[in-house]
Design a protein around this ligand. Structure first.
Ligand code: SF4
Length: 742
């Protein structure tokens, strides 16, 4: 446990930042002159008396929403990021995280010496010291050497002994990583995103056979948000923020929002009602509401009759075991409230039951997601305006076939491989997995294994670099060519470009270039699966984007507009024959799966309740940048928006619980589980269910740089390793803790 920085340091840094921002703004306002031409590829030497300026269309990647943005570039320096009005998806708006892109690009902890190769005998793990731990020959000599070393290692390793960990990457880089894995017969590909979405996606898939459903927030009249922090962390965030304004202020009829969560979140603060629920009981509460809707005949009989299967068994299950009264102790929600909300939900069409990240992080999180999703079917909200919709994809040009099996494994499978020594080579692409996993100490031991060869591909130092044998510095998202696909939310397809606004800086290379070089070196020539461009590695990423988007839009127009938008979305509710295409289940209909649903009654926690009487839930605040790094002062400054607090995290405790424990607001406390303990400052308030404590993720770094290291703690360190039974996602909320004064 490291000492937290002093209050004095925080204040002086804040003052400094404020002054810097003010000075920069003043300088910009005084001297920028519009200049019609700017060479994007140029490193833009600033010539005295000549000022160049351009707005470059590209897209953000500080979270998976991937919004279209424009970046203002003055004298070769990116200075401002705004939303692109070419994209109606978010109404030309962004979220507060978008601006942090400038600090991602100019992060002082970027790799500046080209590839790095670990010095023989240097120990892995802990704090990263590039000088101490890595060789540093001249960068131009090292790229071929590093690529050939990695390729040689991959060639002599059986594919089943290789694991690829994919952090947050552009859509096209994800496609290339998959193609690389197929081409090299590597099945073990784990996308870190599944740590947040795996249980929810598979829970819904049980019902509709699909993985691309989203919510039509824009047209909804009533939103039941189960563990969904729509304004902080639920994707597509910027669209949520924009649509929230529409449905709450701009429309004549204001949509009602009810947030069901153990914690009073930013979204709860902005909603009509906050319903505090016991942790892990969200799925059971959804079943209790379904009981009322079915029992009182409030469901959409036409939809149930024509487009669902298993309803009779589902009804029998609901009516036998799931009355609000039977579940009152478990949910902690008054039965009259459950009945009122169920009736409102059924009567206020179109309505959405939104299963959020917070509702599905359980050993039966997938089943909870399914239970919540079924509410949408009951009221006829499946593929209906203001309900659930199915996102269309841009018709990209097909990738050439690759012979290997389709890659992709669950978190449970990835954990078994790493923790039990089942892999010999790991390639991390923009990954900081060690900060995202529960029971971190076990992963640390496993990744330090001497005979484990880890290749880190990323733009800046982070905690995973401590395990790297080779570092291949990649470009940031503001320096690369890519395409991005809109997440579920609008229904209609949208593709966005990424094009370098500067650089790439510091001898870094785009991920596409690195993968192309690697695959070519491994196969001795360009394999057919990558043979779609001129064969020039340096231009491969750009040519790949051009190739894939060719059916959509003229290349020059795409670069200029930055966005391609598909046809207006057609709901099956308006054309019921479309339901035949939508449901990709065995029955061809929406399936109520009564065999799985009773699992929502079983909520297991790690830790003895007598020793660890409290339950820990975690959440991702809006300024938790999703690249796994936090070395960004703007993000730190307002990290905990809810509490007006930055540069730290808090342990949020209910006032009654805190009183029983003798803890006062702002006390330093230990939070201890059977896995370990961490120290943080208490925040005592009424916005927590008694007996539950909440902590934000995103802090606790020790190898990212001066704006991230030794600030706050990482609650994942004390979360016990457990999994959702359906998806293998980590069950982050199933850990008991005790809290006491430090
Ligand atoms: S929602 Fe995500 S992608 Fe969009 S601006 Fe915010 S951080 Fe960037």
């Amino acid at each position: 446990m490291r000492e937290k920085r002093s209050e004095g340091f925080t204040v002086s840094r804040r003052t400094f930042l404020g002054l810097s921002a003010g000075a920069a703004a003043a300088a910009t306002a005084a001297y920028v002159i519009k200049w019609p031409h700017f060479d994007l590829g140029g490193a833009a030497e600033a010539t005295e008396g000549v000022i160049t300026e351009e707005w470059v269309p590209t897209s953000c990647l500080n979270c998976p929403t991937r919004c279209a943005v424009k970046v203002r570039v003055v004298n070769g320096k990116a200075v401002r990021i705004i939303g692109s009005t070419e994209s109606d998806y978010s109404g030309g708006k962004t979220c507060p995280r978008s601006h942090v892109g400038l600090q991602v690009l100019y992060n002082p902890e970027r790799f500046t010496r080209g590839p790095l190769i670990r010095k023989a005998g240097s120990a892995k793990g802990g704090v990263v010291d590039l000088e101490r731990d890595f060789e540093s020959p001249p960068a131009h000599l090292l790229w071929p050497e590093a690529i050939s070393q990695v390729a040689a290692r991959l060639k002599k390793t059986a594919p089943e002994k290789v694991l690829i960990i994919e952090g947050l990457n552009s859509t096209s880089n994800s496609d290339l990583i998959c193609q690389f894995a197929r081409t090299c017969s590597i099945v073990n590909l784990f996308p870190e995103d599944a740590l947040e979405t795996g249980a929810d996606r598979l829970g819904k898939k049980m019902a509709d056979g699909r993985l691309n459903s989203g919510y039509d927030l824009e047209n909804s009249n009533y939103i039941l948000a189960f563990g969904a922090s729509i304004l902080e962390s639920e994707r597509p965030l910027a669209r949520n923020l924009r649509m929230w304004g529409k449905i709450r202020r701009e429309r004549p009829n204001q949509a009602k929002v009810v947030v069901i969560d153990p914690r009073y979140s930013v979204t709860a603060a902005k909603a009509d009602e906050w319903i505090p629920v016991n942790p892990g009981a969200e799925g059971a509460l959804a079943m209790a509401m379904a009981h009322v809707i079915v029992d009182e005949g409030l469901y959409d009989a036409d939809f149930i009759e024509n487009w669902t299967s298993g309803f009779d068994q589902y009804r029998a299950l609901l009516l036998s075991d799931f009355s609000p009264e039977a579940l009152a102790d478990m949910t902690g929600v008054d039965t009259s409230v459950v009945r009122r909300l169920a009736r409102e939900f059924a009567a206020s069409k179109p309505a959405i039951a939104w299963s959020g990240i917070g509702a599905t992080r359980w050993p039966h999180g997938g089943q909870a997601s399914h239970a919540i999703f079924c509410l949408n079917a009951l009221v006829g909200s499946i593929d209906a305006p203001g309900g659930v919709l199915y996102q269309e994809s841009p018709p990209y040009q097909d990738m050439p076939p690759a012979t290997g099996a389709e890659p992709g494994i669950s978190f449970r499978e990835a954990a078994n491989l790493v923790l039990n020594g089942g892999v010999d080579v790991i390639i991390g692409v923009n990954s900081n997995l060690i900060m995202a996993v529960p029971q971190k100490a076990d992963w640390d031991e496993a990744l330090k294994r001497e005979d484990l060869y880890y290749v880190h591909i990323g733009p800046a130092v982070n905690e995973m670099v401590a395990y790297a044998d080779v570092v291949l510095p990649s470009a940031t998202y503001l320096e690369e060519w890519a395409y991005e696909t809109a997440l579920p939310g609008s229904g209609y397809a949208e593709a966005r470009i990424k094009q370098p606004v500067v650089g790439p800086l510091h001898s870094s290379r785009q991920v596409g270039w690195i993968l192309f070089d690697l695959v070519k070196e491994i196969h001795g020539e360009t394999p057919a699966s990558f043979d779609i461009t001129s064969g020039d590695a340096q231009t491969f990423a750009e040519e790949f984007v051009k190739y894939r988007t060719e059916p959509l839009i003229d290349w020059g127009e795409f670069k200029k507009k930055g966005v391609w938008v598909g046809q207006a979305y057609e709901y099956a509710k308006d054309n019921p024959a479309k339901y035949n295409e939508i449901f990709q289940t065995g029955s061809g209909k929406f399936e109520f799966r009564s065999d799985d649903l009773p699992d929502v009654l079983t909520v297991q926690f790690s830790g003895d309740a007598s020793r660890y009487p409290l339950k820990l839930v975690t959440y991702s605040p809006v300024l938790d940048v999703k690249d796994g790094n936090q070395n960004y002062p703007w993000a730190q400054e307002i990290f905990l928006v809810m509490h007006g607090y930055g540069w730290d995290i808090l342990v949020e405790i209910n006032a009654e619980t805190a009183r029983d424990l003798g803890i006062s607001d702002r006390d330093m406390v230990w939070v201890e589980s059977e896995v370990g303990r961490i120290k943080a400052r208490a925040r005592v308030f009424e916005g927590m269910v008694p007996g539950v404590v909440a902590m934000a993720v995103g802090q606790g770094h020790y190898a990212c740089g001066k704006w991230a290291d030794d600030i706050g703690v990482n609650p994942n360190e004390i979360i016990a390793l457990d999994y959702d039974s359906l998806s293998g996602q980590a069950a982050f909320h199933a850990t008991r803790v005790k809290v006491y004064k430090a």
